[in-house]
Design a protein around this ligand. Structure first.
Ligand code: UD1
Ligand code: MG
Length: 453
């Protein structure tokens, strides 16, 4: 069952590329045009790391999400019209409707596409509500879980695989494949929650949110391109890589599925259709969000981009590879856990501290008003041993008085020294790119050591 028709010359892919240029231009022109309207509606924020306090339009991610989702809706006829045409001609019944089975397969493909749109819409709504009402953590965490149900049902309906391929050294104990069953669905819904929130907590300096999204989207696109049937011959080395696709957790695992199979190509085309316009809006928005920012993304942008990634990871069956593109976010999340789960106090903003005299950023600190719990002390001392945080200790009691906030941005400032905001966001971008390079090495280089393929 091909997800979308892969027959060359892939006209829908060209349309998608055109749409993403349009998305770029739309974001570029609309963001400054609607800014004053957002400020009037009180959707504004102060740039915390500047000397001036002019209001900056906030939740401009709503503009990006609107452009993105509307273009995805306008795009629907393109991949499906080529699919209809080829199915109809294959069955020889072009004027009397589709051949048997083709209509069911088309319905299936449509349901994949529409459930993805539904999840994106829920993410937009949640993000915007969060911008307006500042929803509390424990209230907003379960919502992406619910938003992932349409995706999971479609995955279930297509008989989505819940097997995991066991690495070579462990096969003696577990065998080649292990069926995770319902646990696999739990994993996928947690993936949506993680993807939507992890960018939001690595935020607060100009350009940080959208540049993370941009690099992840470009990495996904690069990965998708590896699976397309290219006419030129750099296919030969890729042939080896493509076969490993069957080892993807949750991929429909059957030995015959090789590089260039229409099912595999179709899935990666689907992913490209969702990622190309996302790159367009992100680039357009980055222009206005770059230091010094004239527009803020708000939670809306973080949630929509995160949901777009989990949608393609789940629907196109490469969630494990996708998680590899989130290495900086995973690190930042693990580092943040003590503050997120309330063991260590978490101030409203954990962004670095700004020194207006020198225009430099320094690590910000969380203060202990009452002595930390045993657990908090243990965690913070362990983190301090690994130089992940810096503690201020009471000289006589030995209690922790202050600790630098547990984020990757503060960690950069601790390890690399104080720097200005633009430098810090460049450091973040370099880390994200390095993470993606490492991800490709792990996925296509090292996977051969632990899996046969
Ligand atoms: C998350 C972080 C918080 C961080 C905040 C910054 C956690 C648990 N929460 O909270 O620590 O301080 O994001 O976005 O890690 N802002 C800037 N410059 C920017 C972007 C944002 O100064 O480039 C400020 C603006 O005042 C803006 C505000 O951050 O109004 C937006 O914060 P919001 O997205 O509502 O914070 P949270 O996502 O709740
Ligand atoms: Mg936010």
């Amino acid at each position: 069952r091909p997800l979308l028709d892969p027959s060359p010359p892939l006209p829908a892919l060209y349309v998608s590329f055109g749409f993403s240029i349009f998305a770029f231009l739309a974001a570029l022109f609309l963001i400054p045009a609607v800014g004053p309207t957002f400020i009037k509606a009180n959707l504004k924020g102060r740039d915390l790391l500047k000397v001036y306090s002019d209001p900056i339009p906030e939740s401009q991610g709503l503009v990006c999400a609107s452009i993105y989702i509307l273009l995805l809706i306008l795009f629907i006829p393109f991949p499906f019209s080529t699919a209809v045409a080829s199915l109809a001609s294959a069955g020889g019944k072009s004027d009397r409707g589709l051949p048997d089975g083709a209509s069911a397969s088309l319905h299936h493909e449509l349901s994949v596409y529409l459930s993805s749109l539904l999840s994106l819409l829920i993410a937009t709504m949640l993000g915007f509500l969060d911008d307006v009402f500042d929803i509390r953590w424990r209230h907003k965490v379960p919502i992406p879980l619910i938003a992932s149900i349409p995706l999971l049902m479609v995955y279930y309906a297509e008989g989505g695989n819940t097997h995991v391929v066991i690495p070579l050294p462990l096969r003696g104990i577990f065998g080649v494949l292990v069926n995770l069953g319902p646990l696999y669905y739990l994993y996928m819904s947690l993936l949506s929650t993680f993807a939507t929130n992890s960018i939001n907590i690595l935020a607060g300096i100009n350009g940080s949110e959208v540049s993370q999204a941009l690099i992840i989207a470009l990495s996904v696109i690069l990965n998708d391109l590896l699976y397309l049937p290219w006419p030129i011959d750099f296919r030969i080395p890729l042939h080896l890589l493509g076969n490993r696709a069957e080892l993807e957790v949750g991929g429909t695992w059957h030995a015959g599925m090789a590089y260039g199979s229409s099912e595999l190509v179709g899935r990666h085309l689907f992913s490209l259709y969702f990622m190309l316009p996302l790159v367009g809006v992100c680039l357009g928005f980055l222009y206005h969000n770059w230091y010094p920012a004239r527009a803020f993304p708000g939670d809306t942008l973080c949630y929509v981009t995160g949901m777009a990634f989990s949608v393609v990871g789940i629907q196109a069956h490469f969630s494990k590879t996708l998680l590899l593109f989130f290495l900086p976010q995973i690190f930042n999340f693990v580092l943040s856990c003590p503050q997120l789960f309330g063991v260590v106090p978490c101030p409203r903003h954990r962004v670095p501290r700004f020194d207006p005299e020198t225009n430099l950023l320094h690590p910000s600190k969380t203060l202990f008003i009452k002595p930390p719990s045993k657990l908090a002390s243990l965690i913070l001392h362990t983190f301090a041993t690994f130089r992940l945080t810096e503690l201020t200790i009471h000289p006589t009691t030995g209690n922790i008085l202050e600790a630098t906030n547990l984020t990757i941005l503060n960690l950069f400032l601790l390890r690399l020294g104080s720097m200005n905001e633009k430098r810090l966001v460049q450091a973040l971008i370099c880390t994200q790119i390095a993470g993606s390079i490492l991800a490709f090495v792990v996925r296509y280089g090292l996977a051969g050591l632990v899996y046969d393929g």
